[in-house]
Design a protein around this ligand. Structure first.
Ligand code: PMP
Length: 409
């Protein structure tokens, strides 16, 4: 007799893992494209430029030069030195290479940071921005910590109210996650906000801060300020940055953090998981940081032009109201009225109908955490798309809304 076909169970941790809906919607879009549908896509958050050629050449030289093996888990010395100098210079800090650890993207450090400062299942709390990058909540839960959202509000240009933060801190709080410039709203934390946050944190010395500054070079209005540069904040702040967004290197997988106390812990995590980031990509990142910055500057200028284009166009669509995002490459318009006009129950129905009826792919606010009460319905555009795609995509949405959601395209 054959034994019954039994599949072993998946752990609660495995089951609890969330995902990044940008990847789910992208699969949906690819399916439609395969069926021959013409879709304008604004759903994936990555630069639409190729990696600059000087960086490509450095990678080829690394391959030809025999740079094929493992590297130290913390990364190759030249990259740690280059990242330390660059991160320090842009934040007015003196960062030493020993404080810096390199991984396969900035994303793994989110999990490493949570796992390094909270204990599983004992009620340790992590405060994180909502709407926000979905991996924060997913990793907080998978690591057995308690997620405590702090809400970003449209009325404050998508910065959170420091007083709201203050009310969220308890003796169980271990970590505060900040993200500036911010995904998905494009908002950023201004010096005044950061000073208010620092004042609160000084009263709570047991709290670590994960400063997700992956978009630090993509700020269009005002100066970039890191919490780490404010008095007393340096030691407790984990500065996270990387190559993905600044040099159009998302697929190369290079990210880096700086924190003196946690650097050895992160290094051990990497030894336990990835071993090291790709050696070839690490040499490419050395060139990205230390080589000419013309291409990175040109990409930034191009994002700024496209930001102005998309915000202008979106604000001409009836029922859509889009604030000007100060950084990253995301627009986060309020579509509450547009949902009403098109008889969509919410932003998620609006998103789906835009995809299937108008041929435009965006993400909905619920892909970035629970909607903030009283703040209405939002969708996210990644405007790292060509000006033609932006013009065509918004024109399709405009036609869809003006028809009251009838058969669009
Ligand atoms: N943080 C935020 C807020 C992001 O938007 C992203 C990428 N979408 C990352 C971290 C991860 O970037 P990477 O792993 O490519 O360095």
């Amino acid at each position: 007799m054959n034994a019954p076909h039994v599949v072993p169970r998946v752990s609660r941790r495995g089951d609890s893992l969330g995902t990044e809906n940008a990847f789910v919607v992208l699969a949906e879009v690819n399916d439609l494209v395969r069926q021959g549908r013409d879709i304008v896509s604004f759903c994936i958050g990555q630069p639409d430029f190729p990696t600059p050629t000087n960086i490509q050449d450095a990678a080829i030289a690394a391959i030809r030069g025999g740079k094929h093996g493992y590297t130290p888990s913390a990364g190759i010395d030249p990259l740690r030195a280059a990242a330390a100098a660059d991160m320090g210079r842009r934040r007015g800090l003196d960062i030493s290479p020993e404080e810096v650890v390199v991984a396969a993207g900035a994303k793994p450090f989110i999990a490493y940071a949570i796992a390094s400062v909270t204990d599983y299942g004992v009620g340790d709390e992590v405060i994180y921005p909502v709407p926000g990058f979905p991996i924060y909540e997913s990793q907080i839960i998978a690591n057995g910590a308690v997620p405590v959202p702090v809400h970003l509000r449209e009325s404050r240009d998508f910065a959170f109210d420091p007083h709201e933060l203050e009310t969220q801190i308890t003796e169980k709080t271990r970590l505060l996650i900040l993200n500036s410039p911010h995904n998905p709203t494009g908002g950023s934390l201004k010096r005044g906000d950061l000073e208010a946050i620092a004042d609160i944190l000084r009263m709570h010395p047991m709290l670590w801060v994960f400063a997700d500054e992956i978009y630090s070079r993509l700020l269009y209005d005002g100066e970039f300020v890191s919490l780490a540069s404010l008095p007393g904040m340096r030691e407790r702040t984990i500065i996270s940055d990387g190559a993905s967004k600044t040099w159009a290197m998302t697929g190369w997988r290079v990210g880096y953090i700086a924190n003196k106390t946690l650097a050895p812990v992160f290094t051990r995590w990497i030894t336990n998981t990835e071993s090291c980031a790709s050696q070839i990509s690490q040499w490419a990142a050395v060139e990205a940081i230390t080589g000419p910055q013309d291409a990175a500057d040109a990409m930034r200028r191009s994002f700024l032009e496209r930001r102005n284009l998309i915000v202008g166009l979106l604000n001409q669509v009836p029922g859509i109201d889009c604030k000007t995002p100060g950084g990253a490459f995301y627009a986060w318009p309020n579509v509450t009225e547009a949902c009403k006009r098109t008889h969509c129950a919410d932003s998620e129905e609006f998103r789906k109908r835009l995809l299937y009826e108008a041929g435009v792919a965006v993400l909905a606010d619920i892909h970035f955490g629970r909607r903030v009460a009283g703040d209405g319905q939002h969708i996210r555009f990644s405007y790292a798309a060509s000006p033609q795609a932006i013009t065509e995509g918004v024109a399709r949405i405009d036609a869809f809304v003006r028809k009251g959601g009838g058969q669009g395209k």
